[in-house]
Design a binder for this molecule. Sequence first.
Ligand SMILES: [Zn+2]
Length: 682
Amino acid sequence: MKVLWFMVVSLFLMTACCNNETQEQKNIEIANISKATVKSTIGLLVSEHGDEVKENAQRGVNHAASLWRNVDGTEEEFKAFCQSNFIADNDLKAVSFEKISRNMEILRGHFNKISLDLQKPLHEPMGDIFDVDKAFGAYSAGSHMIEDMYRNKLAFTIALNFPYYSLTEKEKLGKDWTRQQWAYARLGDVFTARIPAEVLQNASEVGSASEMYIANYNIHMGHLTDGSNKRFFPEDMVLLSHWNLRDEIKSHYSRGEEGLASQAKVYEVMKRIIDQSIPKKVINNGDVEWDPVTNIVYKDGKAIEASPEGNERYQQIINNFHALKAMDEHTPLNTAVKRAFEGGMEITQKDAEALFVKFMSSKELKKVAVLIRTRLGRDLQPWDIWYDGFKARSSINAESLDAITQKRYPNAKAFDDDLASMLMKLGFSKDKSEFLAERIDVDPARGSGHAWGASMKGETAHLRTRIPEGGMDYKGYNIAVHEFGHNVEQTISLYDVDYYMLNGVPNTAFTEALAFIFQKRDLELLGINNKNPQKEALQTLDNFWSTYEIMGVSLLDQRMWLWLYDNPTATADQLKAAVQKMAIEIWNDYYAPVFGVKDQPILAIYSHMINSPIYLSNYAFGHLIQFQVEQYLMSADFASEVERLFRIGCITPNAWMQEGLKEDISIKSIIKEAGKAVKEVS
Ligand SMILES: [Zn+2]
């Protein structure tokens, strides 16, 4: 799943907007509420309503003051605003909350529906896509909502009465909170910081530039040579770094010696990208030939001059760092690292690091490595972090599966008509199955498909799936069942959660867990018994090994950002040296003992480090959470537990795990299961 850069920014910077204010207005927006005014305002509220409102008044006035700007009014006006808008009475507060919540649902629900409808021509086969389709599809009707709420002062009413709680406060106080208090706190997350439009605009531009840089980083593999006219890959093969390069390595596992040589060649390319010795001429260019081993570029058979890319990869990271750092002084989470972890993932960076390090030190990794060595019949190579041989093959051949799904699902409507019966096969009651099926629409898709949930009750979730002329093939069916799992989560966590402000799940790992469990049961839904007895064990090992890989990469991403904050004036050259050093350190600490190879920089190849700042750890956590939820659901009364778990809603990840599974986010269960699986498969 690809995460767009702007989402990373807008997730926790709810003020995100690109507005058309004049330069003059922008320049005069400054925070103008003094500590003395905050203090006297609190004093005023306490003297008016009594000592029992003191704590709420303190938190609310402080929070509202942090968002107030001179354009909103003078200090006296702030004080008067707080006096007339502070809600001391709890019953009145509850009624106000319901009103605000209802209106938030109206706004978010309709904005979501507008986006869904405007993008329909891009997502569903509705004829040729014109530029107007693209322009409307890119338009975001809701992008000014937050800024409008500051202008009409609703943001301040909310901040004053439903203030923000930090992650630490939520986790500590949340243990004793009622559902209503959790819902109040989630409303408090809507207005947390007010970042100047020009700072946001700059971050968005810098982010787009990084997106473009990565989107155009193609390597013409058909033009790799060893200087003797030999080609190693098909003439027209063009691979985007790093995803396609990685997938190319994966695809060679079944090809013996020859495959190994191809993998080694791809790794040479990766190393040149990491250390930036890659010639500029070979990026996105198929007019020359290149030998990644000697680094010589050829044109018409003759070696030519070619300068290295230099530092561009690391300059992009520095640019992102400065753009995100500019937000620090405007938010309570005053570093980009805190915003990504405590704000976005709702897990602290320290907790994440501790868990990853512990996982990467587990002795089960060596056992799995021995198993991989045996299966490959050779020593491990650095790129075997992407070992792909734990995929369980189905005992039924692809053609007969295609025939079954094509017959059963000739079009989207056939799949739509079958939703309720599929849910009943999974154990949902007839009523619940029909309730859910009525709220999920299946649409034909242009691409591979997706699941798009509703944001207000009364609207449906959309399952987009691509169905070719002859009906749905098995691969498409398998993906559609995955998306169906997402839709079921989206529908339960919107319709069945008691407070709208708590709708949803804490983060994507929770919805992926359900999607993958649905996907795993795809054959069962077709009435087929997959007879591979090692299927579960293989899946566990596959998951375990990819968790290992992504944790190393995530740890490097974390350490790089901490290093940037320690060295805020670093040049791209210095960053390049530091990243390579840190990548090798992590390798030597946690991979060399398992692989038997030292000093490898491979963990630094991920493109996310450039175009999705501080996002990689989400995937690593996702693996753990998903595994735990899957394990739990596999032994539970499936349908009723799915309903119970997804009614919990969007509290913090740790609180959700405690409430749902009665355990913390942990590496224990995945390590334990991997230990068992190694024995089973060996
Ligand atoms: Zn998914």
